[in-house]
Design a protein around this ligand. Sequence first.
Ligand code: CAO
Length: 428
Amino acid sequence: MQQLMVPDIGDFKDLPVVEVLIKAGDVVAVEQPLIVLESDKAVMDVPSTLSCTIREVLIKPGDKVSRGSVIAHIEPAGEGAAAPVVAEAAPAIPEAAPVVTKAEPVAAAPAPSVQAAPAPAAEEVRKPQLALAGPAVRKLARELAVDLDQVPASGPNGRVLREDVLAYVKAQREQPMAAAKLGGGLDLLPWPQVDFAQFGHVERRTLSRIKRISAANLHRNWVSIPHVTNHSQADVTELEALRVQLNGEAREGQAKVTLLAFLIKACVAALQRFPQFNVSLEGDEVVQKHYFHIGFAADTPNGLVVPVIRDAERKGIAALAQEMAELSQLARAGKLSPAQMQGGCFSISSLGGIGGGHFTPIINAPEVAILGVGRAELQPRWNGSAFEPRLQLPLSLSWDHRAVDGAEAGRFLAYLATLLGDFRRVLV
Ligand code: CAO
């Protein structure tokens, strides 16, 4: 049986344990906080340096610990666990790098490293109630009486940052005001509490950082924006033929021209024709934008992100396709910078590469409209004398009814379908 021990914690001795964050049976990931210690100067997390299963916790709140105190008996995770340093023999605790000895003791590090990202599989099984946060943030949360588990995290590896706590407090403060304005709030029933285990085998996974952030945003947008969604379809038979032709003529190394690149261009033309869709609402004011930055939803292994193509009105189809390819690649690698996801005027969510028809996309606030695109299919269309096969693209436009009226939305979507049906009109 191996042990997790308190590592070198500087000059501190006999520090009181204020929180024990693990219990027997927990599967612990690298960087997951195990216990919280408090000195007269700071509150500090003691995170784990390896993936393991807790067999027995040996300390409780109120206990005093120093370097070398045993926190728990553990069983290290098998293959695929984050690779800790393995020492040859003595259970020495290093000054900097934590050491796992084959013989027995395992030290936990005083400060988690951003580089030491948890293995995804290990993160998946982390218990959801354990928010990752540094000592200063934890202390701030305590002072503000904030439950860190409720705070959407935006830091590396799902860590809650100081700004996250402050944003959360601000949002909480504004919520009653917004609710009062709305006339008493949503007055919802509490979320059903179900012991799922009584019905069968279950396991718990923590939502990825991106999912946690997008969930909070989507929820806010869904409950606070009066959405309406119009559905239509565009005849993209000629456009698709052009796209295939362009790709056939493409030079070596040139990005594939996608339907989405044409959609971005067409949406810019529609936003120019109907500028009331290129606004944001701020209280009683409408902010009219004179730039055209278009976001597109990208599916990544960690969840949904929306990279933004700036000044799309100044770019040609090939340049848009190239930029989209680069941004999608960065998105999937989790390497988009915040700046590459900011400043959007209007978003497009395309499920065309995946399949399905119409759907109801959720507006990406503070934008006021979003286009959902389904998979184009050949359908029989009446041409006045006979049915002929035409490629029909499902379009769904969700719009904020505070900013836009139904007639305007109908015109926007009809115009968009006209542009996609005859792309030469984008030039007009
Ligand atoms: N109809 C028919 N075929 C389509 C199509 C459509 N509307 N859109 C794309 N396709 C085809 C493409 O032509 C491509 O075919 P080929 O390989 O034969 O050329 C194939 O589907 C794959 O396309 P793609 O997905 O690689 O490219 P894209 O430009 O359509 O999409 C991107 C890029 C980043 C939007 C996409 O990869 C993605 O992440 N989509 C998911 C977006 C999402 O999750 N939306 C939901 C958000 S709400 O939760």
